[in-house]
Design a protein around this ligand. Structure first.
Ligand code: THU
Length: 136
C-alpha cells in the first residue's frame, strides 16, 4: 500500500460514512476495502428499529466485495463520526479473518492513522479447519 493508496482508501471510507443510517446510536461508521487490483468497495453502518438487525459498515463493505469480481482483499480503512479510532467488532474481525487473512486494517482518528494486521486484532481465531474434525 502506497501513501496515496491509503489516502484514497480513507477518503472512500469517509465518503461512505456520510451515507450511514444510524438514527438509534447516532454513531456513524464508514469502511472501505481495497483489492489487489485497487478496486474499492465501501460500506456504512445501517441500523434498524429492531436494533439487533443493524449491520456494521465493515461487513457491508465486505459483502459488496465478496459478491463482486473475485479479487484478493488487501486493506480496509475504518472511520467513525466521533473522530476516535474505531476498532472493528468481534464479528467483523472474524469475517475479515475468514475472507481476507492477509488484510491490513487502517484506522483513522483525529490523532492520525494506525495500521494493524488481522492477526493482531484477532489472535487465536476460530478456524474453518475445526469443522472437519471428527465429533468427540
Ligand atoms: N458499528 C460499525 O459499523 N462498526 C464497528 O466497528 C463498530 C460498530 C456500528 C454498529 C451500530 O450501527 C453502531 O456502530 C453502534 O454500535
Amino acid at each position: 500500500m502506497t501513501t496515496k493508496d491509503i489516502e484514497l482508501l480513507i477518503n472512500s471510507a469517509e465518503t461512505a460514512m456520510e451515507n450511514a443510517i444510524a438514527p438509534y446510536s447516532g454513531f456513524k461508521v464508514g469502511a472501505s476495502l481495497m483489492t489487489k487490483t485497487k478496486r474499492l468497495y465501501s460500506g456504512s453502518n445501517i441500523e434498524n428499529p429492531s436494533v439487533m438487525l443493524s449491520t456494521c459498515a465493515e461487513r457491508i463493505a465486505l459483502m459488496k466485495a465478496l459478491t463482486s469480481k473475485k479479487d484478493t482483499l488487501k486493506a480496509i480503512a475504518i472511520v467513525s463520526s466521533d473522530g476516535a479510532y474505531c476498532f472493528p467488532c468481534g464479528a467483523c474481525r472474524q469475517m475479515l479473518f475468514e475472507f481476507a487473512p492477509d488484510i491490513s486494517i487502517y484506522l483513522k482518528s483525529k490523532e492520525g492513522i494506525k495500521r494493524f494486521s488481522i492477526q493482531e486484532l484477532l489472535p487465536n481465531p476460530f478456524i474453518r479447519g475445526r469443522l472437519n474434525m471428527e465429533a468427540r
